[in-house]
Design a protein around this ligand. Structure first.
Ligand code: UDP
Length: 387
């Protein structure tokens, strides 16, 4: 174990948040950074690898990078080239595949031509071509035909999928969650419309290896901060000794304080991988199952990675459930509701006593961040720390 005084900054977690801030502190501020990662691999949930069948897969479900931020894109592009990939998702609605987000192409697949054309005109007149309308907003429409299509979308795209994913109905969760997948008044079938989108040309793992490859960065895998870091009476203790440097923590905020107010609720996922002796399993990268099945979606990795291989393909099915806090489970999705946010705020407030400590990332901030938002947040934190 590192002895105190041997590093200037401690970073807990080697996912996107921890890795970007570590690189920034090491490179821009010349700090000696020690990263503690509890898992046995870098990259957090972006971790990817070649499986035993020779198919390149994402270990924790599909990770498609997308951003409108030039700064974020340029930053990551220092460490990776990109495969130009625009993700497309279709929903299997009783056997019929239609684009998700539900868009004008979906409309014409779901309704007979005259009706679809009429509804399309109304949607364009009210919202404008190219606009994105959250389903909960569309449901407020007084026009009976629009109310009917809002009901169709709500019932066939959102209701059961959300029930599976969150254990709750769409109107029982934060409206921003379903607004991530709005009704899209457009013929654009892409899942994201960001300026920059793709997958690291070789792998996320290589992207992380390159970010971590700096003489000022030292990484310890299999190192659980819950055992090494103590916060007591305004003092940070690392491995039993006072530590005065900057600490960036990207783990769950409650675990930093032994869950003393109770656990912050999360949803977790079970990933079930299958390899099939066929070239393609499904027509698009992801097929969602919003009306049946126990899993929410199936992703076929060759669509994402562009790997050319005949006669073999790997898919992953995602089964959501409640996170219990067991060490074998991973908290993936914070459940942002007023009660949980209040609980989070109690934990966050405890960190006020430790000005050297900064919470960063999806777990530590209890926010449903996309990858690019985490990179942006890490770069901005670096800006404030390095003056
Ligand atoms: N959603 C849904 N049906 C779909 C796709 C999404 O109901 O076919 C809802 C669901 O509540 C989901 C949320 O929209 O949790 C956000 O979806 P997104 O694809 O952004 O989730 P992620 O990829 O982060 O799991």
């Amino acid at each position: 174990m590192k002895k105190r005084g041997m590093c200037d900054c401690l970073v807990i977690g080697c996912g996107m948040a921890g890795t970007v801030i570590a690189r920034e502190l090491a490179e821009r501020a010349g700090k000696k950074v020690l990263i503690l990662e509890m898992r046995d691999h870098i990259g957090g949930n972006t971790c990817d690898y070649m499986n035993e069948s020779g198919i390149f897969v994402h270990r924790f479900g599909p990770h498609i990078f997308h951003t409108d931020s030039k700064r974020v894109f340029d930053y990551l592009s220092r460490f990776t080239q990109w495969r130009n990939y625009s993700h497309e998702v279709v929903g299997d609605i009783h056997g019929q595949l239609m684009p998700i987000p539900f868009n004008l192409n979906s409309l014409h697949l779901a309704f007979e031509p005259c009706k679809a054309a009429r509804i399309e005109q109304k949607l364009i007149a009210i919202y404008g071509l190219g606009s994105k309308v959250p389903i909960l907003e569309l449901r407020q429409q007084p026009d009976s035909e629009l109310a009917e299509i809002a009901d169709f979308i709500y019932n066939n795209i959102f209701l059961y999928y959300t029930q599976k994913q969150w254990g709750l109905a769409p109107d029982e969760i934060d409206a921003l969650v379903t607004a991530r997948v709005p009704v899209f008044i457009s013929y654009d079938n892409r899942y994201f419309q960001d300026t920059y989108q793709g997958i690291p040309a070789k792998s996320y793992t290589l992207l992380f290896e390159r970010m971590l490859n700096h003489p000022n960065i030292e990484l310890l895998l299999n190192s659980d901060a819950r055992r090494l870091l103590r916060l007591e009476a305004g003092e940070v203790l690392f491995d039993g000794s006072p530590f005065n440097g900057t600490v960036i923590y990207s783990g769950p905020a409650d675990e930093l304080f032994d869950c003393r107010y109770g656990r912050l609720p999360y949803r977790t996922l079970d990933f079930v991988f299958e390899t099939h002796n066929i070239t393609w399993y499904q027509p698009k990268g992801t097929v969602n199952y919003p009306v049946d099945r126990e899993y929410t979606r199936i992703t076929e990795f060759k669509h994402l990675t562009g790997q050319a291989l005949d006669g073999r393909t790997t898919i992953v099915k995602e089964y959501p459930r409640a996170y219990t806090g067991a060490d074998s489970e991973t908290p993936y999705y914070p459940i942002q509701n007023p009660e949980n946010l209040t609980l989070y705020e109690r934990y966050r407030k405890l960190t006020d006593e430790f000005p050297q400590l900064h919470l960063l990332g999806r777990l530590a901030e209890y926010k449903y961040y996309n990858m690019d938002a985490i990179v942006k947040k890490a770069l901005e934190l670096a800006d404030t720390l390095i003056k």
